[in-house]
Design a protein around this ligand. Structure first.
Ligand SMILES: NC(=O)C1=CN([C@@H]2O[C@H](COP(=O)(O)OP(=O)(O)OC[C@H]3O[C@@H](n4cnc5c(N)ncnc54)[C@H](O)[C@@H]3O)[C@@H](O)[C@H]2O)C=CC1
Ligand SMILES: NCC(=O)COP(=O)(O)O
Length: 322
């Protein structure tokens, strides 16, 4: 079976160790190929260095080796590693684009380190992957057993959110989410709840006008086309258990409105999945965790869930293509 490509992420963070732990946990069920500098994996990881991702050996993690120059120091990003981290992502994308790998699972990057060290022009994987794929619009979803959330605006300053929230962006975000719920999550008739931007979803225009002027007209237009959409809803009351049972995904207006509820509910089990790409990409929901890197205490649950989700999506798409 073709492997899932794992990009190393920030080598001074927990990415290499959770990739190694996930590989141990998943065993031969889900073949993996890791792209990075092998010196950054835990010393006791049995690896097989190769230039062929399909070259899988029993009991060994296949590694497409890179030389990052100076070895990483746990917890301290080194600008000298930035280009290697970026190249590992780009090379992983090439593997999924040419069909050598079934899917991509990215380990966390330290965004500031990539910007400082290599002039990285993107605020995150999501935007970089969209550029590599030549896709104008992608959607970030975070998913766990209890909740799926989508931020309409992603990595932008909070002060810039209102002017970036446009009817076309919201419409595209909902439509891409709807399509992915059907295709990748097996939900025949997706129910989507949409948050307002302002407190109490604007309180009938008394606390902000974005709901009245943009969000409600978009939702009404989509409802008229037959989509099952609720909202705009007060964001503070749409994430308790009863409210969650009424929808399959919550489309939110900005990053923290979406990510705070899911990381509070299930920090260790959440998965970040990019929707709208021509290939499958998942990631753990957490970051580089410099404070615990190299200590052997990082929890790989989210990485394991991300790899399982990537494999499940690949199974579903390959099954549908037959
Ligand atoms: N997909 C990606 O590449 C992501 C990258 N990041 C980046 O990570 C860096 C650090 O971000 P933070 O906000 O500090 O979030 P973080 O998730 O790295 O850490 C927050 C807290 O959670 C703990 N933690 C995180 N993952 C853990 C795990 N697997 N096991 C045990 N404890 C864990 C950390 O030790 C820390 O105390 C930033 O540069 C950010 O941009 C953040 C999220 C996703
Ligand atoms: N907080 C989630 C996050 O920043 C993930 O970003 P990305 O690197 O997956 O685009």
């Amino acid at each position: 079976m073709r492997p899932i490509a794992i990009s190393c992420g920030e080598p001074a963070g927990i990415g290499p160790e959770i990739a190694a732990t996930a590989w141990q946990a998943l065993g031969a069920d889900i073949p993996l190929v890791w792209l990075g500098d092998p010196r950054h994996l835990p010393k006791d990881t049995p690896i097989h260095e190769t230039d062929d991702p399909q070259d899988q050996r029993p009991g060994k993690l296949s590694v497409l080796p890179r030389d990052f120059g100076p070895a990483a120091v746990a917890g301290q990003a080194n600008p000298a590693h930035a280009q290697g981290v970026i190249d590992a992502i780009a090379d992983s994308v090439r593997l999924v684009q040419d069909g050598t790998a079934r899917a991509l699972c990215t380990a966390p990057i330290h965004k500031a380190a990539l910007i400082d060290g290599a002039g990285f022009a993107y605020p995150g994987h999501t935007e970089f992957l969209a550029a590599l794929a030549g896709t104008s619009q992608v959607v970030m979803m975070l998913a766990c057993d209890m909740l799926r959330v989508v931020p309409t605006t992603i990595h932008i300053p909070l002060a810039d959110v209102p002017q970036n929230l446009t009817a076309s962006l919201l419409t595209d975000t909902i439509l891409i989410t709807h399509g992915a719920l059907k295709r990748d999550f097996g939900i025949a008739a997706p129910r989507i709840a949409v948050a307002g931007l302002n407190p109490h979803a604007g309180e009938d225009g008394k606390i902000g006008l974005e709901e009245r002027e943009m969000i409600t007209p978009v939702l009404d237009a989509l409802r008229n086309e037959g989509f099952d959409i609720a909202g705009p809803m007060s964001a503070d009351t749409m994430f308790h258990a009863g409210a969650r049972s009424a929808y399959d995904a919550a489309v939110c207006m900005y990053h923290d409105q979406a990510l705070i509820p899911i990381k509070t509910l299930d920090f260790s089990g959440g998965v970040n999945v990019t929707l709208g790409l021509p290939f499958i990409r998942t990631s753990p929901d957490h970051g580089t965790a410099f404070d615990i890197a190299g200590k052997g205490i990082a929890d790989a649950t989210s990485m394991i869930a991300a790899i399982r989700m990537a494999a499940g999506m690949a199974d579903a798409r390959e099954g549908a293509a037959k």
